[in-house]
Design a protein around this ligand. Structure first.
Ligand code: S3P
Length: 441
């Protein structure tokens, strides 16, 4: 755990920025490759700690995972139903996606699987996946719905119809993955749409997956016990990681950056639309497709922002982006109201608290009313000089590193160690662009 200071940046951010691969898609590429027959090659896999934990976990289930010298990853899958009982505890570190998706796999795998995680993950609710997964016939042993968890996979799983109680792509994905190893059809009904990487990618691996839109809901049905086939995956750039540079370039005068092949999946990249609504200059070009995921190049130039009112309905498409959106709101003119943020309480930290305390420490006015956050914009004059408690949360650390670039006085951030879970090259990329993120003297 090393503290660092983020100093005001007097020079613009310029040029192309090599933001790494998408975390959600990287986890899924490894897991779906492992559940397929034959070889899956993965280009641009995110080599963050979270994803490496998932790689180790799928290897513990009996698949072969390796990184080639050219940086491509190769998974030799065992096929649906081909996983063996892991002989060790699967420690997913900080990764909610890794642990919840793999609990789905374990729920219909006969045998016992033990899951653990770090201090942050061990405080996050697992009941939201365990309760629906019990319907398949699995049994879970835990204390208070928290890790560590033992899963006794169903010996004779039954298919499930589940109406989502919480808007969570992790829960939806866990159920669909459990359904793969159950006979018949498993259906998930969402009334609030969440990121659909699982649906898009599973289809690419050969799953029979049907998505029906009914009034105000989406029904996703997967046929059980398919033979999935290994394939090549090119992971798009992570919009959640790109977000830190998009906001930094917006805030620092004279900036003009490009980031290529960013995922623009509408259920995922909502932040860019919200920033545009606030006045940001973000232009998309070269729109294309990477294994079923829409991508585009982004060009971002510095711009003044205005506060806006962001309804709860926009939250799922940018749920991980509120820390950096709050930083943009601090810089904007006028108030920004962000509604419906209850899920932020159960992320890698209680992000509502971490954001509010961090902004307050930097001289920015903030209010929390129920699950809404109001940020009183400083119209480009953020005092700074605060001490930030990241609560071991990578996105809080990176968001406040960006705030420091556009503040009047440097701020101190207590811990850089978690940044490696999702964005190991963040500090190097930022300092390469001229940022001073040195340890306090
Ligand atoms: C993710 C879904 C989101 C998000 C997380 C990644 C995924 O979590 O916060 O970082 O890959 O499915 P929830 O499903 O809990 O909202």
């Amino acid at each position: 755990m090393t503290a660092f200071r983020s100093h005001p940046l007097r020079t613009p951010l310029l040029g192309p920025i090599a933001v790494p691969g998408d975390k959600s898609i990287s986890h899924r590429a490894l897991i779906f490759g492992a559940l397929s027959v034959g070889e899956t090659t993965i280009i641009n896999l995110l080599k963050g700690e979270d994803v490496l934990r998932t790689a180790a976990a799928v290897a513990a289930f009996g698949t072969q995972v390796e990184e080639r010298s050219d940086g491509t990853w190769v998974v030799h899958g065992c096929g649906v139903g081909g996983f063996r009982e892991p002989s060790t505890v699967l420690d997913l570190g900080n990764s909610g996606t890794g642990v919840r998706l793999l609990m789905g796999v374990a729920a219909t795998l006969p045998g016992v699987t033990f899951f653990g995680g770090d201090r942050s993950l061990s405080g996050r609710p697992m009941g939201r996946v365990m309760t629906p997964l019990e319907k398949f016939g699995a049994t879970f042993v835990s204390r208070d719905g928290l890790l560590p968890v033992a899963v006794l996979g169903a010996k004779a799983p039954v298919p499930v119809i589940h109406e989502m109680a919480v808007a969570s792509a992790q829960v939806k994905s866990a159920i669909l993955l459990a359904g793969l190893n159950a006979p018949g059809e498993t259906t998930v009904v969402e009334t609030v749409l969440t990121r659909d990487h699982t649906e898009r990618m599973l289809r690419g691996f050969g799953a029979d997956i049907r998505v029906e839109e009914t009034e105000g809901a989406r029904r996703i049905t997967v046929a059980g016990q398919p033979e999935l086939t290994g394939r090549a995956i090119h992971v798009p750039v992570d919009p959640s990681s790109a977000a830190f540079f998009v906001v930094a370039a917006t805030l620092v005068e004279g900036s003009d950056i490009t980031i290529e092949r960013v995922s623009t999946n509408p259920l995922r990249a909502g932040l860019f639309d919200v920033l545009r609504d606030m006045g940001a200059d973000i232009v998309e070009s070269n729109a294309g497709d990477l294994n079923g995921e829409p991508v585009a190049d982004l060009r971002v130039r510095a711009a003044a922002l205005n506060g806006i009112d962001i309804p709860a309905s926009r939250a799922p498409s940018m749920i991980d982006e509120y820390p950096i959106l709050a930083v943009a709101a601090a810089y904007a003119k006028g108030n920004t109201v962000m509604r419906g943020l209850h899920e932020l309480r159960v992320k890698e930290s209680d992000r509502l608290t971490a954001i509010a305390e961090g902004l307050t420490a930097c001289g920015v006015g903030v209010e929390i009313t129920e699950d809404n956050l109001v940020v009183h914009g400083c119209d480009r004059h953020i005092p700074g000089a605060g001490q930030i408690a990241t609560l071991h949360d990578h996105r809080i650390a990176m968001a406040f590193a960006v705030l420091g670039l556009a503040a009047r006085e440097a701020i101190t951030i207590d811990d850089d160690s978690m940044i490696g879970t999702s964005f190991p090259s963040f500090m190097g990329l930022m300092t390469g662009l001229g940022a001073n993120l040195a340890a306090p003297t």
